[in-house]
Design a protein around this ligand. Structure first.
Ligand code: ATP
Length: 242
């Protein structure tokens, strides 16, 4: 039986436009995955192999998973999510042979299997492995060799324009009923240092605060956002940022 127990095949429906901002990383991912599919001849002409595996790294909640899903959706690919339970996630992030059972620990087996899978994928065949982690520093270097995970991309916390875009998606696109005093520009500035997930959570929390005031309330107002901002905890610490 596979050591990777939790495997899900899904057809995600995340569009590039569902992800606020993060233009640079979106562009790099399109180049890595869509170009080889749509313009294989250009890669042959240049004499380069398209990336077989891509590692997305960066602080939690900053759209790594969303990016992988949008890639699959927009390139019309299947999305096979492999998610290990905690011990097996750790398995990929420790060096092989370090166990006390002579190299046959779960960690070693999961890593060996992943390396075999990566080595078995032919170039220009439509399989790209997209891996995501918060801790690239502790990944086994064997995974990162050329022909395996050969492109490493940093997914940063959302900058000001990206936060503005996430807020616009949450408030305008989703048609949240808002008072005229809600100022997206101010909220974008005050969420400096937040992850995308935290910006989304802020909007949800503000709406809950409005409803706590009254379930008949017409709209979310600036005061609700301000209260939600005050209570919000920020998980991204300086050492998580490149
Ligand atoms: P982790 O490292 O914790 O697994 P992640 O980087 O994979 O996190 P996602 O799972 O992609 O983060 O994002 C979590 C949630 O945060 C998303 O489901 C979405 O609601 C929201 N989110 C994060 N970034 C954005 C963004 N740029 N635009 C819109 N929503 C976002």
């Amino acid at each position: 039986p596979s050591a990777m127990r939790e495997i899900m095949i899904e057809v995600p429906k995340v569009l590039w436009s569902d992800i606020g901002g993060q233009q640079e990383i979106k562009q790099k991912l399109k180049e890595s995955v869509e170009w080889p599919l749509q313009h294989p001849e250009a890669f042959i002409r240049m004499g380069i192999r398209p990336p077989k595996g891509i590692l997305l790294y960066g602080p939690p909640g900053c759209s790594k998973t969303l990016m992988a899903k949008a890639l699959a959706t927009q390139a019309g690919l299947n999305f096979i999510a492999v998610k290990g339970p905690e011990d097996e996630i750790d398995a990929l992030t420790v060096k092989r042979g370090g166990g006390d059972d002579g190299g046959s620990s779960v960690a070693d087996r999961v890593l060996s299997q992943l390396l075999n899978e990566l080595d078995g994928i032919e170039p220009l065949v439509n399989v790209t492995v997209v891996a995501a982690t918060n801790r690239p520093d502790i990944m086994d270097p064997a995974l990162m060799r050329p022909g395996r995970i050969d492109r490493i991309l940093y997914v940063s916390p959302p900058d000001l324009p990206s936060r503005r875009e996430i807020l616009r998606l949450q408030i305008l696109s989703k048609k949240m009923a808002c008072d005229a005093d809600v100022d997206i520009e101010m909220l974008a500035e005050e969420t400096e240092g937040c992850s995308g997930a935290e910006v989304v959570a802020l909007c949800q929390e503000a709406a809950m605060k409005a409803m706590e005031e009254s379930l008949q309330i017409e709209a979310v107002a600036r005061r609700h956002f301000e209260r939600a901002l005050k209570e919000m905890t920020r998980r991204i610490t300086p050492e998580m940022i490149k």
